[in-house]
Design a protein around this ligand. Structure first.
Ligand code: 0PR
Length: 392
């Protein structure tokens, strides 16, 4: 490919010129307000989240001594997330997203059991665990999932042994939004005295509101005694601006395992609990503000709308000839594939849909739609119309 990159210009330009040039360079990229993104777990940030972000852009929570009130705000935010997840003594950190949170959870487990390397997890777990295993030289023991997308419990329990360092379960899988049998896995964690990390990056802002929205929700959080840490991502269903993730530990004891002491900072000595050093304080402020702006009721309404739209989409897909809906949605995630006898395979279908502007996720054997807050009924109808034409 020809290198068309130029160096930094010698002379700076006026802001209007720079913004104009930037706009032209990025023109044509998809955006969440553009009514075409159906396969992303992110969404349009709540306006308050965006506003607060801009206001506090200069805050580095990596040096909390400079911003003690912001540090207190982070504790409060983690406290709110902890309560949402069933713990009154939760501690943790606001991080860049699910990948960093999962990495920290495994890192904390490794520090507690340095001599062990085995991680038992469902094969549906997000690829961030592969990255973590590679970085820390861990052995991933991936357990197959059943037709409903949940891990095969019998095989999972049989895989736990003396070499095991940590157990991982998923509350809202990336592919199908399935929730593993976490109650039983929590019992095993207690019996084996092992930490259990639950990846609720997506489900953390869905499951706690499902019952109030009129749907059933399986147990997944700190109400289960074996659960020691949870990943929850405000930049997915929490409606916060990117980046916004959180690692929440059940209590102080579990949280300190990921600490590193730093002594020379301008704000004074501190203990960081994250992988990254310099860290966005704006992200902390923005999450706190969004939780207050929406309140529990706001999240219940968000989840209710997304679930109604998911059920609508699932019903329409089920009644469409040439399409199989993979499983009944457990959350606002819907998987489907072209029926076997059709000449079109999932890869080809995804390509043809993209040709019409639709961006869906492609998993082995099926396509995934995440029915996020920006996905309207009108958008789904337009999509279903195009799908019907392609599949006919
Ligand atoms: N855990 C689970 C269960 C996830 O689904 C994801 C990401 C992560 C952890 C990692 O989170 P971060 O990406 O915040 O580090 N799930 C989405 C996915 O892989 C991420 C994503 C979001 C990808 C928006 C694309 C996109 O447009 O589908």
């Amino acid at each position: 490919m020809e290198d068309t990159t130029e160096g930094i210009p010698l002379q700076g330009s006026g802001e209007a010129d720079v913004l104009g040039a930037l706009g032209r360079k990025l023109e044509g990229d998809l955006s969440f307000s553009g009514e075409r993104i159906l396969g992303s777990m992110c969404t349009l940030p709540h306006p308050t989240s965006a506003k607060v972000y801009e206001h506090y852009l200069d805050r580095n929570i990596g040096d909390p001594g400079l911003h003690p009130r912001l540090q207190q705000l982070e504790r409060e935010t983690i406290g709110m997330l902890g309560r949402l997840l069933g713990s009154r003594s939760a501690e943790g950190a606001i991080v860049t997203g699910g990948t960093e949170a999962n990495l920290i959870a495994l890192w904390a487990a490794k520090r507690k059991h340095r001599e062990k390397r085995k991680v038992v997890l469902p094969e549906s777990a997000h690829f961030s665990f592969d990255k973590a295993a590679d970085i820390m030289d861990l052995d991933l023991c991936k357990i197959p999932v059943e037709d409903d997308g949940r891990v095969d419990l019998k095989r999972y329990l049989e895989a736990i042994d003396d070499k095991t360092m940590v157990l991982v379960a998923v509350a809202g899988t990336t592919g199908l939004g399935a929730v593993d049998p976490i109650t039983e896995i929590s019992d095993a964690a207690t019996a084996w005295k092992l930490p259990l990390h639950v990846d609720a990056a997506f489900g953390g802002f869905v499951l706690p509101f499902l019952a109030e929205a009129g749907y059933t929700a399986p147990a997944f959080d700190f109400s289960l005694p074996g659960v020691s840490s949870i990943t929850i991502d405000p930049h997915k269903m929490g409606r916060c601006a990117i980046p916004a993730g959180a690692i929440v530990f059940r209590n102080h004891d579990a949280a300190v395992a990921s600490e590193t002491e730093v002594s020379y900072l301008a704000g004074g000595k501190t203990r960081q609990r994250t992988i990254v050093g310099t860290r966005s304080g704006a992200s902390v402020a923005s999450i706190w503000a969004t939780l207050h702006r929406l309140g529990r009721k706001g999240y219940v309404e968000t989840v209710a709308t997304c679930m109604e739209n998911s059920c609508y989409l699932y019903d329409r897909l089920r009644s469409m000839s040439g399409v199989d809906a993979v499983i009944e949605p457990q959350m606002n995630v819907v998987g489907f594939s072209p029926t076997k006898h059709r000449r079109i395979d999932p890869d080809e279908l995804a390509r043809r849909l993209r040709g019409r502007g639709w961006a869906l996720s492609l998993f082995p054997g099926f396509l995934r739609i995440t029915v996020m807050p920006h996905v309207s009924r009108k958008m789904l109808d337009a999509f279903l119309h195009d799908l019907e034409e392609i599949i006919a």
